[in-house]
Design a protein. Structure first.
Length: 291
């Protein structure tokens, strides 16, 4: 499904489901094309891998990372907004669930939280070869989807199964526990082990994850609501709108009113493409598998 941002036809986003056996690990594949210069921001999200097909693309998340275009990048999970800058071109990639990070990447997610790094050596794939094949495919999205499926199915077959405790934590987090003790109880682990599991597979400690998810559930509604009235859409766990406003500034680096006034051509096209395909927003996924 291809969707152009309303009033901004210079950017389009196409999204595709991965193979059924990958849907516990991969949120969706995406193809983004910009006909000219574009600057937009990114929402806090789980990890993803992006390969440049044409033009220059740069993502700015953390001052430790070089402020220069990159060809093959791995994004760690984020709890803040980032900025994407391009002079135009095409980029493709896929998002990872927390279980997908554990299965397909395997490293400590907290070490790459809010980072954008060279993908080579970070994932057991020939990312240069995959990028070259995707470039050769040109506009054949179906070929690209098949390439991603084949590469990731092979990778999953080489990697160990996800720790059941990670899946239990994932299940608990998606059911929005009110506090860390409840979170640990729902996951069936001690608070100390919960802390370790959250850092390794999700990138952040439990309390931060709970705040992040509460905010993102609300942002997910706002993101697809025309002319949203923030006070009517905030999660019931917020004490009041000022509580939500503090979280908005913390996670997005701006106020809700500044967000509403900011052009979001890429993010609007991405949200519309996901909705059109029936794909939940990347931070609100279907329940993970039980095994």
């Amino acid at each position: 499904m291809s969707v152009a941002a309303p009033g901004a036809p210079k950017v389009s986003v196409r999204v595709y489901y991965p193979h059924e056996d990958l849907q516990r690990y991969v949120t969706f594949y995406y193809v983004v094309e910009a006909a000219g210069p574009l600057t937009d921001f990114l929402y806090p999200e789980w990890g993803n891998l992006r390969l440049n097909v044409s033009g220059d693309w740069m993502v700015l998340n953390d001052p430790r990372d070089p402020a220069e275009p990159a060809q093959r990048v791995l994004f760690g999970p984020t709890d803040r907004t980032g900025r994407i800058v391009t002079g135009g071109g095409k980029t493709v990639g896929f998002g990872l669930t927390p279980g997908g990070w554990a299965r397909l990447i395997g490293s400590d997610a907290s070490q790459l939280a809010n980072r954008v790094v060279d993908a080579e050596g970070r994932i057991d794939l020939d990312v240069r070869g995959l990028q070259a094949a995707l470039i050769a495919d040109g506009d054949d999205d179906a070929a690209g989807v098949a390439r991603f499926d084949a590469a990731l199915l092979g990778l999953a077959a080489r990697r160990p199964a996800v720790d059941p405790a990670v899946l239990a934590v994932d299940h608990a987090l998606r059911n929005q526990p009110r506090d860390v003790p409840t979170f640990a109880g729902m996951a069936g682990v001690s608070e100390r082990r919960l802390h370790r599991l959250c850092l390794r597979a999700f990138g952040f400690p439990p309390k931060r994850l709970l705040r992040r998810q509460r905010f993102l559930y609300t942002l997910g509604v706002i993101r697809v609501t025309p002319d949203p009235r923030f006070g009517e859409l905030i999660d019931l766990e917020y004490h009041d709108q000022s509580h939500f406003n503090r979280d908005f500034r913390d996670f997005m680096g701006m106020t809700a009113s500044e967000y509403a006034a900011t052009p979001r051509a890429l993010m609007q096209a991405a949200a519309a493409a996901q909705v059109a395909m029936g794909i939940p927003l990347s931070f609100k996924l279907p329940e993970p598998p039980v095994s």
